[in-house]
Structures are given as C-alpha cells and as structure tokens.
Design a binder for this molecule. Structure first.
Ligand code: MN
Length: 238
C-alpha cells in the first residue's frame, strides 16, 4: 500500500480541495460516479499503511473501520449532496448547516461521520503517544494543570461515553479567553455544532475497537494515548 499522501490532500475536507485528491491512490475509496463525474467529497486516503498502527489497531480493524464504515459514510454523503448546492460547500459547513434539523438527520449523520472519521485517522500515527511538543504541552497545562490531567479527563470521557460516540478535546472560549475542553458526544455529533473547534478525537463506537479489544474499551483508550495519538497533528490544530 503506497503512502504518498500529502497533508494537503488529506486535509482536503472541502469540495474545492477534492480536485487536489483526484489521482491520489485511494485505499478502497470511490472517486467518481459511474457517469464519470467527480464526487463532491472523495474520501481522503488513510495517512499511513493499514498495518501501521499494529498491534494497537489491527489491519483487520482498519479494513472494516476505514474500508467499510468510513467509506460508507462518504458514499452516503456523496449520494445525498449530489446535484445540490451542498456539493460545493466545505464539509464543515454542510455539517453545521444541517445540525439540529430533524428533516436532515440522515445527511447530518453521514456528513458528520465523514468529517469525524477523517479527523480521527489524522489524529493518530505509527509510533504515536509520548511527550507532546511544547506548544501542545503548554496549552494543555494552561487548561488542565498538566498534560497527564488532560489525558486522564479525555480517557474518562472516552470510557464513560454510553454506547456509540466520540470523546473530544475542543477549543472554545471562557470569559473571553481561549480554553481547551474535554467533551463527549453521542453517535455522529461533533463539538463544532456547539461553536467549539475540535482538536483531537477518539472514536468509541464499538466498530473502532471490538475486533482488537472486544468489551475492553479502556484498553483501547489506553493504547490510543500510549501508542497512537499524533500530538504533532494536534499542534497544527491549536
Ligand atoms: Mn468509527
């Protein structure tokens, strides 16, 4: 599996950037309709080979989680926006524009899950974990007192999110000052619908960990922070 993925192509979470990603070797992604028309939101390639996160996350988990689940969210999203003005919007704006509208719940779920998963994949790397760069460490200390305290709160959120959902580190403001917050959301929901900016996420849907950890979600969360989290990527999101 080639991994000639540029940051630009991977972060192309908007329709305009889709052009950039065409021609990039995809990992199980559909890039065009049968008619030959480009999809509004091609699924970005996985930013590492499918075996790269082993043993913390197996290639088998990735074959389903990226190759099937993530791909299905993008396929459903593209089907829903085809031929509509949303096809030319940024994915973030599609998510925010349909959030809370019961008539658009299906589109919201697929748009948000597409965004959430791409954000999740980029938030991990082979040989991740370890000490965050100073920029991240300073920000975590300012909001939580220490890096360890932040990881503890995020781990707790990930372990206690009931059923399917996500744990997040998100940027917001408090008394006019920037602050980082830990949150958890159910199903497809994302802090951006509450005016916050996500900086890290952990997928705690069972499909993210069940093949490797079965019911032991805490072991998956531990592995996420010890072996997978990409603090350099978090630094670019602060
Ligand atoms: Mn997932």
């Amino acid at each position: 599996m080639p991994c000639n993925v540029t940051r630009r192509s991977f972060m192309g979470l908007c329709a305009a950037a889709a052009v950039v990603t065409l021609g990039v070797p995809f990992f199980g992604a559909r890039v065009a309709h049968a008619a030959g028309e480009a999809e509004a939101f091609p699924m970005p390639p996985l930013p590492y080979p499918d075996t790269a996160l082993e043993p913390a996350i197996s290639a088998r988990t990735i074959s389903f989680h990226y190759g099937k689940h993530t791909a299905a969210y993008y396929a459903n999203l593209n089907k829903a926006v085809a031929g509509t003005p949303m096809a030319t919007m940024r994915l973030e704006d599609v998510v925010k524009s349909v959030a809370g509208d019961p008539a658009k719940a299906g589109l919201f779920n697929n748009a948000a899950q597409s965004w959430n998963h791409t954000f999740y994949w980029a938030g991990m790397k082979p040989g991740g974990g370890g000490t965050p760069p100073a920029k991240v460490a300073d920000a975590l200390k300012a909001s939580f007192g220490s890096v360890e305290a932040c990881i503890e709160q995020l781990s707790e959120a990930a372990k206690t999110q009931f059923a399917s959902g996500w744990a997040w580190l998100a940027k917001g403001t408090e008394n006019g000052k920037p602050v980082l917050k830990v949150m958890k959301t159910g199903n497809a929901d994302n802090p951006m619908t509450q005016g916050l900016t996500p900086v890290l996420t952990i997928d705690v849907w069972e499909h993210a960990y069940y093949l490797d950890y079965q019911n032991k979600r805490p072991d998956y969360v531990k592995a996420f922070f010890e072996k997978l989290v990409n603090w350099d990527e978090v630094a670019t999101r602060l």
